[in-house]
Write a protein that binds this ligand. Structure first.
Ligand SMILES: [Zn+2]
Length: 254
């Protein structure tokens, strides 16, 4: 997800909503089911892990059903540990590329290689035109019948900019867009009025897809474990954060 510089720092830095609270809320159970398409699907991620956290179970399901899944990585995620005394952004790029490769293999997509736009991490909003062009090209090349991208209201600048760029590209190409939240599960709460629940839909994950997703998430060791014992190297995604992404369903805004 990449930490530190948020659109609304206070929303992300504050303690998050425990997964037990989400689990108690019947609002998630009442969401309409999203019907999965038949045909190629293009998934956009701001950082290498967003796609697995927010949409990985659906990626696994789509693939198991025989659909092609394609991926655009907007950044390489090199900015996740800006205060790390020991691990450089260049090293993080390599680490995260390898983690993603293993994670998508766990999803059942062993040959999937992302189209990397290599936009600077934390600066996606300054490169929206370039991102839009990259997504437009990917939509054309893949013949995607659906695109999924980070939610434009996620309160993370890179996620929102990637979602907006995908929105512009999909509108011009006439391709439907689903927006998946990532950080929302941290800062929002059940019934939160900042969330467009009326646009939300639920994708139930078959047990195998759910298991695949949970396994894939464990591949992101640079994000879920402390990078080193140093202060700037704390885990970006501690267990209480990961809990939101271990559910047997995913939610998108349409
Ligand atoms: Zn992210």
């Amino acid at each position: 997800m990449t930490g530190a510089r948020w659109t609304a720092a206070t929303a992300i830095d504050a303690p998050g909503t425990p997964e037990t609270e989400w689990a108690r809320w019947d609002g998630l159970l009442r969401l309409p089911a999203a019907a999965l398409p038949r045909g190629p699907v293009l998934v956009v991620a701001a950082h290498p892990d967003d796609e697995v956290l927010g949409f990985g179970g659906t990626m696994a399901t789509l693939s198991a059903d025989g659909n092609d899944v394609h991926l655009v990585s907007v950044t390489d995620g090199e900015g996740s540990h800006p205060r790390s005394p020991l691990v450089s952004p260049a090293e993080l790029t390599v680490m995260r590329e390898t983690e993603l490769e293993h994670a998508v293999a766990d999803l059942g997509l062993p040959g999937l290689r992302p189209r990397r736009l290599q936009v600077p991490d934390t600066r996606v909003h300054q490169h929206e035109g370039e991102v839009r062009a990259g997504i437009t090209a990917a939509l054309r090349e893949t013949g995607a019948v659906l695109c999924a991208a980070p939610w434009t209201g996620d309160l993370h600048s890179d996620h929102e900019a990637a979602g907006r760029a995908a929105g512009a590209a999909c509108l011009a190409a006439g391709v439907p867009l689903w927006l998946y939240p990532v950080w929302m599960w941290h800062w929002a709460f059940p019934g939160d009025e900042r969330v467009p629940w009326q646009d939300a839909a639920r994708i139930a994950l078959p047990p195998e897809a759910s298991t695949r997703k949970q396994r894939a998430i464990q591949r992101f060791t640079s994000q879920i474990m402390p990078l080193t014992a140093s202060e700037g190297d704390a885990a970006i995604l501690p267990p209480e954060e990961l809990a939101h992404h271990m559910r047997p369903f995913e939610v998108v805004f349409r």
